[in-house]
Design a protein around this ligand. Sequence first.
Ligand code: ZN
Length: 344
Amino acid sequence: MKALVLKEKNRLVVEDFAIDEKLSPSDVRIAIRNVGICGSDIHYYLHGRIGDFVVKEPLILGHEASGIVIETGAEVKNLKVGDRVCMEPGIPSFGSNMTLKGKYNLDPTVRFWATPPIHGCMRESVVHPASFTFKLPDNVSLEEGALVEPLAIGVYSASTATVQPGDIAIVFGAGTIGIVTALAALSSGCSKVIVCDIKQGKLDIIKKHFSKNIICVNTSKESLDTIIQDIAPEGVDIVFEATGNPAVIANIIKYIRPAGRAIMIGMPPAPAAYDVVAAQVKEVEIRHIFRYRNMYPRTINLIASGAMSVKPLITHSYNFSDVIEAFHFAASMPEDAIKIMITM
Ligand SMILES: [Zn+2]
C-alpha cells in the first residue's frame, strides 16, 4: 500500500510499502482519512531519533489519525463497517502489570505508532484493536477526529491537575500541546488560563480564535510577574509546563500559590532543575504525565458538546499527494502554524 516512509534522517518518500497485517477477531481494519503532523514526526524526520528511539530501518510516520472502518474481526461488537473513527495510537500488552493496574500508558512494552520500530499510520489502511478505536459522533468531523490524539494530552493534563471550579492556571508554551491544554483546562472549570510564549504568531492565533478567558502573554515583551501580581497575587492554582525548556522549568514554582499544583508535560532534552525549597515551603504538588490513558472518550465528548472548539487548531491542510511538501513546511517551524493536517 502507499505510505509515507522515512528511509533515514532527512529522507522521506511516498512509496508502495509491503505490510501484511492479519485481522485478529478483536481487531478492525480502517481506511485512513486524516492524519495530523506531530512535532515528533518532524523530529524523527530531521534528527532520525528521539532519545533512545532511533530510526534504524525505514519507518512509516504519523500517529494522529482518523478513518473509516472497512472490516471487523469476528468478536468485534462496538464497531461496524462504515463507522467513522479515531484511533488511540499506543497499544499496551493487555495482560501486563501496568495495564492490569489501569495505567496502560506506562506499560514498558507499549507499541506506539511511528515510534521505532513500530510503523505509523500515514498509509492507506491499518489493523487496530477495536478497544483502541473510537466511533466519532455525527457532529465531529474526521479532521477533528485526527485532533483527538494531541487533545487527549491536554485533557489528561487537566484531569491530572484535578482542576477545581474557578481555578486560575498558567500554561507555559503556546505550541499545539500548550493550546490544547489551555482549552482542556477551561473546559474542566478553570476561569482564566494565562498562556505564555515568546512567539507572537502563536499567541495571535489564540487571541483571534479562542476564548477571551485565555490571556496571552509574550514573555519576551511583557512581565509575567506584574500580570500575576494583578490576577492572582498569591500565585495561580496550577501551572502546566508545556515547553520542556530548562530555563522555564527553573522558574515555575514562584508563580504557584501555596498548596498549588504543577503538571510537567514538556520533555526537556536533558535533566532539568527547579527550586526544591521554594516548592517545599509552599507544599507544591508536582505531577508528571506521559502521553495519556482512558482519555479518548472524554475528549470526543468535549468536542461533540462544543465545550472544546478545536477546528481553528488546523491552520494548514495538504493532500497526501503533497505530503512531502507539508513536511518541509512543518520543518520550517512557521509561527503561524499550529496543526498541519493531511487528507489521505
Ligand atoms: Zn502527536
